[in-house]
Ligand binder design. Structure first.
Ligand code: ACO
Length: 444
């Protein structure tokens, strides 16, 4: 990496009078970084960067995102164009391989998705042993991890045929997600069908029933494709970093993805779409008094935040939210659904986008602001929203896992720390120990 992307320039770091050159590297879109890989060897020092606010964990060729202008590209292609012109399966192929598939490549990939859609019948018994109100994300994470027992051959030479590995997982996670919902409702399972496309198949498994056949609506299928595309990758976020970190120990793909699902489950990460709908429901229940919530959000003494607003990286707009808002409008019209939550969401957005507080801080609707309303309209319950996010993010996770596995610079991820605990002290035998005040270490 140093040779290829080295700018020929160095930064200089001076410690105790001695100056060390640090190579400056530049990515293909002009992002600059200081390469500190030899820092500890050369100086004896490490860097400290809690939350990795300034730390690049890898060089990656998958997704580019630029927050100040609201740019998001997968493999160089703008998210707007991909969402407008592609299916989710096409985008999954693009993320995995780095190029858009030809007709035949896509057909083969889709054929594999159909071929691997079933899960082993023994796995279906697992569903019976979760408590009735089990969290769908816990079920998903356990089931994906247990796939490694059912398909151990996939763990030996993982990159031998990436299409097989990826389609097996992408297809089975969809089946597991739909079965999780059916089991939670106590309804009979609906098996995958070879004649349906990826998203249509998912909707059918979710909503078809022996007593009321599900009518597949192409506009709903198209909206679902869009939502999954918008969630398909977002570079080194928390769950993707978890997949990479766990995978760096050379654990199998299923276990790595299971770790990513667990990370995504967190309310600070994948859970926001569910929280948005809960917030809109609260506003609705208080007679639509959204002004009160805006006031609360602006009050420095109130911890309340307008959920679905703001983003760590995007400070002008989240390109995904515009696409999702349009899709939301279209789906509600198609399904002839009139959702008062959508009206409240739009009013909130309108007020916030004209308010100094939000403008000054670069707070705009993020991807989660409207996605929950589409899910509601389609009939997906709110406890499945984060599962939907996982379904979308899966190709990104697999692409990052593959990139990490292939990386010539790969090392097991093993951060350092600055130790701030007690200094070395003599051991105390049991008979001499007394209760004492425990001092918390000072954390930097
Ligand atoms: N409502 C009201 N004020 C907000 C909001 C919000 N949603 N978000 C940020 N602010 C304010 C902060 O209070 C702070 O104000 P101050 O400068 O007066 O102290 C300022 O904006 C900057 O906020 P930070 O917390 O520093 O911004 P950060 O980039 O760390 O946080 C985050 C980003 C976590 C997304 C934040 O905007 C937030 O909590 N949003 C609501 C939750 C949400 O929608 N999360 C989903 C994110 S998208 C995703 O993960 C897929």
């Amino acid at each position: 990496m140093k040779d290829k992307f080295f700018t020929g320039k160095n930064a200089e770091l001076t410690i105790e009078g001695k100056t060390y050159p640090l190579p400056i590297i530049e990515g293909t879109e002009g992002e600059r970084a200081i390469d500190i890989r030899d820092l500890r060897k050369d100086t004896g020092y490490i860097t400290l960067d809690s939350g990795y606010m300034n730390t690049g964990s890898c060089a990656s060729g998958i997704t580019y995102l630029e927050g100040s202008q609201g740019i998001l590209n997968y493999r160089g292609y703008a998210i707007e164009e991909l969402a407008e012109n592609c299916s989710f399966v096409e985008v999954a192929y693009l993320l995995l391989h780095g190029y858009l598939p030809t007709y035949d490549e896509l057909r083969h990939f889709s054929y594999l998705l159909g071929r691997f859609a079933l899960i082993h019948e023994d796995m279906i018994h697992f569903f019976d042993h979760f408590p009735p109100n089990a969290a769908p994300m816990a079920i998903l994470s356990s089931m994906v991890n247990s796939l490694s027992n059912f398909y151990p051959e996939m763990t030996e030479n993982p990159l031998e045929d990436i299409d097989i590995i990826a389609t097996r997982l992408i297809s089975k996670v969809r089946t597991i997600a739909a079965f999780t919902y059916k089991k939670s409702m106590g309804w009979p399972l609906v098996y995958p069908r070879h004649d349906l496309t990826y998203c249509a198949n998912f909707l059918n498994m979710m909503f078809d029933s022996p007593v009321k056949p599900y009518e597949i609506n192409p506009d709903v299928v198209s909206a679902l494709n869009k939502i999954l595309i918008l969630h398909a990758d977002h570079e080194q976020n928390c769950s993707t970093s978890a997949v990479r970190l766990v995978g760096s120990a050379r654990v199998n793909l299923y276990a790595s993805i299971s770790a990513g699902i667990s990370a995504l489950w967190g309310p600070l990460h994948g859970g926001a779409n569910q929280a948005v709908v809960a917030m809109l429901e609260d506003i609705y229940a208080s007679d639509g008094d959204y002004e009160k919530y805006i006031k609360k959000a602006k009050d420095p003494n109130d911890p309340f935040r307008l959920v679905g607003f703001g983003h760590r990286v995007y400070k002008s707009h989240d390109p995904r939210s515009r696409i999702i808002k349009k899709a939301c409008d279209e789906v509600l019209v198609t399904l002839k659904v009139s959702d008062p939550l959508l009206d409240i969401a739009k009013e909130l957005e309108e007020v916030a986008l004209n308010d100094e507080y939000f403008l000054e801080r670069g707070l705009y609707p993020n991807v989660d602001f409207y996605s929950g309303i589409i899910y509601r309209a389609i009939g997906i319950p709110s406890n499945m929203f984060t599962v939907m996010f996982a379904l979308g993010r899966l190709p990104g996770w697999i692409a990052h896992w593959k990139e990490m596995w292939d990386d010539p610079n790969w090392r097991i991820s093993r951060p350092r720390q600055v130790y701030v605990g007690p200094e070395h002290r003599p051991f105390i035998p049991m008979e001499d120990r007394v209760e004492e005040d425990h001092e918390e270490p000072d954390i930097y």
